[in-house]
Design a protein around this ligand. Structure first.
Ligand code: PA5
Length: 445
């Protein structure tokens, strides 16, 4: 298995009998997922997606990525939540958080449509001045306000720059196969379309065109990503808790939740993992957090955050556990040379690689936090590349599905997301919301 669950630091936290006692419940959740008898079973397309995907569309994604690189300097990817985070996370992990500033032969990629900040959009528009542009609008529903508003702006920009006809070959839509305003508009204008399958929800969609088109435009190897995910699918088909590291992780999260550890902190020691942690937060937060249940997913990058949240984790409220991503081989290393004057007193760190120091910081942190009463889960990953990332994405998706079933919630809906939308539409004066608007305005005054 390319991800190994290491429970060495959980001894004395979760007792063996207690853990083994979860095996039948895990098996029930496994059966519900694979026999499609559990909650939200209309949205299980991601389970077999790594082997059961549209190969013709997969080839079209690669061709479109090539065309985008020929026609544009900058690709603007519009989307929010599951229609945004996976692509960004993958590009930062595989290429770099500095991707746009790298010397490279692929387009710069900027993400928008994930807020309604005028400042953000104005700054992005000024970056686009004088550049050749392409736009990928990603929205399963085709109606998400943040994304639709940004699309309106970039569609107008492209039409002003290239004419209505010229803009058509630079706009790529990733949406439902048949429904929604975006699909309607794309069909009317002949924009190239990619499909988000009906049975794959937004936050489980990174291995569809949602993630794959921007990831391919950034020059990453889609075949290796899908191979990693397919191998993870095979490895984690095993129903026995003892033989399935993905299920061990899910069961451990559940056991810790039952011990009143209501928050999971995803920890990494590589800044390129930070947006992947944002993706994990959405995946688990939107899937588990309902019916007054669920672990609150949060994240830190160490050692950066050891100088901010480290104090709280060491000595604050004992509400959390940590999941350490132990990436065995960094993408790059650096040799620390000795300095004759030893002006900074750091010669004790010399003659070794920086990765050794980083690993030591991790070991020191795990020991300190365990001692401080924070259970530490460790997920070992050999290295960062396309294959390992595909494998890891599937690992977390499956762990999330099983975790939510263990809690007894539907992992695949998000009813709570509607509340702010309803209020927002009413307050913005959307037709049909007049009564609610009066109520809300009275409350605000
Ligand atoms: O996981 C989800 O379902 C959500 O995060 C959606 O992806 C997000 O709300 C965007 O929705 P849409 O793709 O319909 O614009």
């Amino acid at each position: 298995m390319a991800i190994h669950f290491n429970d060495s630091y959980l001894k004395g936290v979760i007792h063996e009998d207690e853990y083994k006692g979860l095996a039948p419940l895990v098996k029930t959740c496994h059966d519900a997922l694979h026999q499609k008898t559990g909650l939200g079973n209309d949205f299980l397309g991601w389970v077999d997606l790594p082997v059961d995907y549209d190969k013709e569309e997969f080839a079209r994604i690669k061709a479109a990525a090539k065309r985008i690189n020929e026609q544009a300097d900058v690709l603007i990817v519009l989307g929010i939540g599951g229609s945004y985070l996976g692509a960004r996370a993958a590009i930062e992990l595989l290429r770099s958080p500095f991707y746009n500033s790298l010397k490279k032969d692929t387009v710069d990629i900027y993400f928008a449509g994930n807020s309604v900040s005028a400042t953000y959009l104005q700054e992005l528009l000024s970056i686009c001045e004088g550049k050749d542009l392409a736009v990928n609008c990603v929205s399963k529903s085709g109606t998400t306000t943040e994304t639709a508003l940004a699309f309106r702006i970039f569609k107008q920009l492209l039409e002003e720059k290239y004419g209505v006809e010229g803009a058509k070959s630079r706009i790529y839509c990733t949406t439902d196969k048949a429904n929604g305003k975006l699909k309607e508009l794309a069909d009317e204008n002949g924009y190239e379309c990619f499909v988000i399958p009906d049975d794959v929800g937004g936050r489980f969609s990174v291995l569809t065109a949602v993630g794959l088109l921007p990831i391919a435009a950034a020059g990453c190897d889609l075949d290796a990503i899908m191979k990693g995910a397919a191998d993870a699918r095979k490895d984690f088909l095993e129903p026995d808790l003892e033989k399935n590291d993905c299920y061990k992780y899910a069961a451990t999260r559940f056991a810790l939740y039952q011990k009143q550890k209501k928050m999971e902190i995803m920890v990494s020691f590589e800044p390129c993992f930070a947006t992947m942690a944002e993706w994990y937060k959405q995946l688990f937060g939107e899937s588990e957090g309902k019916d007054n249940k669920g672990l609150y997913p949060s994240s830190v990058t160490f050692s950066t955050d050891l100088h901010s949240l480290g104090q709280f984790i060491q000595e604050g409220s004992r509400i959390m556990f940590e999941t350490f991503m132990d990436i065995k081989k960094p993408k790059q290393d650096m040799y620390i040379k000795p300095d004759d004057s030893n002006f900074d007193g750091l010669n004790f760190l010399a003659d070794q690689n920086m990765s050794v120091v980083n690993k030591t910081v991790m070991d020191a942190t795990i020991l300190a936090h365990s001692e401080g009463g924070v259970p530490c889960v460790v997920l070992e990953m050999p290295e960062i590349n396309e294959y390992e990332m595909g494998y890891m994405i599937y690992f977390f998706e499956k762990a999330c599905g099983i975790s939510a079933y263990l809690l007894g919630v539907n992992p695949f809906n998000q009813p709570g997301v509607e509340s702010y939308k309803t209020n927002m539409f009413a307050l913005l004066g959307k037709p049909g919301y007049e009564d609610l608007q009066a109520d809300l305005k009275a409350k605000l005054s």
